[in-house]
Design a binder for this molecule. Structure first.
Ligand SMILES: Cc1cc2nc3c(=O)[nH]c(=O)nc-3n(C[C@H](O)[C@H](O)[C@H](O)COP(=O)(O)OP(=O)(O)OC[C@H]3O[C@@H](n4cnc5c(N)ncnc54)[C@H](O)[C@@H]3O)c2cc1C
Length: 353
């Protein structure tokens, strides 16, 4: 039987004067929006703090015009923008409250209590919020890695996210990077009649083989084992010289060479991190600090919208269970032997071979 019945929040709730929030969620990307819907639908007062001026996370900021084709239920695909817009509207309708342009700084344990529970204080760049549970959904890929040789041009047509489609219709586009993001950008540009050169440092692009095939089919050029050696601006064109001395001239450049980790932010939160800087969680998405959950790209190996959604929903339900029945998680941990099974798996792996 479904464990769910929508418990609407009272529309007359004075959200500006709450003594504390049931749940504060950091990040309005797919994970945070899905979590927020889930807690609000269970009657919990829910605040989402988002560093940027708009909701949506990566689909909105990094690939708003790309058709996402792997979301079940959308056989014709859905753009990152539309997906973000729809999910945000659903959260607003559920009376989730948002604070934009606010960045999480730290989370403090306090002596204050609400419903017999010790409250946490979420400190942001603009305010402080007392709450019972926190869900971190702030993604790992916050800052695109820059390419110094193109960055030095300080030119508005050197992009670190995929620009709006009309920006490169019929142009010559230089794309730097060999991962999925770079290859996706190349396919999009080619589909809009751009001429495309993809510059890949490795001998083989690490992105999907399908995309490589598609780029070649659409007439794009992939240059592997090569880098941009120097760059110059001449009459609105970016003149680049590659390490094999090939000269290219393009109207714009899209650089997709990975992202800097959000490790420093996470370190300030005093939670346990994995070796790669992502957040360590237990099978219930709880971090090393009780009452603080983490979902989506902040910890995950599989970085997909649907995975961030599913984790956001699960963590929200665990938070709800803890609020309505304190120590529910600890009892569940003891009951279901999941931790024992994980321990067994580690032992088996360590002794194998
Ligand atoms: C180019 C590209 C193409 C992709 N294509 C697909 C695809 O086709 N299908 C698919 O399923 N997945 C795709 N993905 C992956 C997918 O976008 C991510 O897995 C998903 O967005 C992760 O969601 P999230 O909520 O965990 O994090 P994010 O989407 O990163 O959202 C995190 C949010 O938190 C905010 N934030 C960060 N730090 C703070 C802070 N300190 N305080 C407050 N707010 C903060 C950020 O501004 C952001 O809005 C793609 C990714 C990229 C880069």
């Amino acid at each position: 039987m479904a464990d769910f019945k929508v418990t609407e929040l009272d529309p007359n709730t004075d959200f500006d004067n709450l003594t504390y929030w049931d749940v504060v969620i950091i990040g309005a990307g797919p994970g945070g929006l899905a979590a927020s819907l889930t807690t609000a639908h269970r009657g919990l007062t829910t605040l989402v703090v988002e560093a940027k001026s708009e909701p949506g996370g990566q689909p909105q900021f990094l690939y708003a015009d790309k058709k996402i084709v792997d979301i079940p239920g959308f056989p014709d695909g859905i753009t990152g923008h539309e997906l973000s817009e729809r999910t945000f509207r659903q959260a607003v309708d559920a009376l989730v409250q948002f604070r934009f342009n606010e960045e999480l700084t730290e989370i403090l344990d306090t002596e204050e209590t609400g419903n017999d529970e010790r409250l946490k204080k979420v400190v942001t760049s603009h305010g402080e919020y007392l709450c019972r549970k926190v869900i971190l959904a702030c993604g790992l890929l916050h800052y695109p890695r820059r390419l110094p040789v193109l960055d030095a041009l300080n030119y508005k047509k050197v992009h670190y996210k995929v620009p709006r489609i009309n920006d490169y219709h019929d142009d010559h586009v230089l794309i730097v990077g060999g991962g999925d993001s770079a290859l996706d950008a190349a396919v999009m540009a080619l589909q809009r009649n751009a001429r495309v050169d993809v510059i890949v440092r490795e001998e083989t692009p690490i992105g999907k083989a399908d995309s490589v095939g598609r780029i070649r089919e659409l007439g794009g050029t992939i240059r592997t084992g090569i880098e941009v050696k120097s760059a110059d601006l001449q009459e609105g064109h970016i003149q680049t010289c590659l390490t094999d001395d090939t000269q290219l001239s393009s109207e714009l450049a899209i650089v997709q060479i990975g992202f800097l980790s959000a490790k420093e932010t996470f370190e300030r939160l005093a939670i346990r991190l994995n070796d790669d800087g992502s957040i360590a969680i237990d099978p219930y998405f709880e971090t090393s600090r009780p009452g603080i959950f983490a979902v989506g790209d902040v910890h995950g190996d599989i970085k997909l919208v649907t995975v961030a959604w599913a984790e956001g929903i699960q963590a929200a339900i665990y938070a709800f269970k803890e609020i309505t029945s304190p120590y529910w998680l600890n009892e569940k941990r003891l009951r279901d032997h999941k931790l024992v099974m994980i321990g067994e798996k580690i032992t088996r792996a360590a002794t194998a071979g």
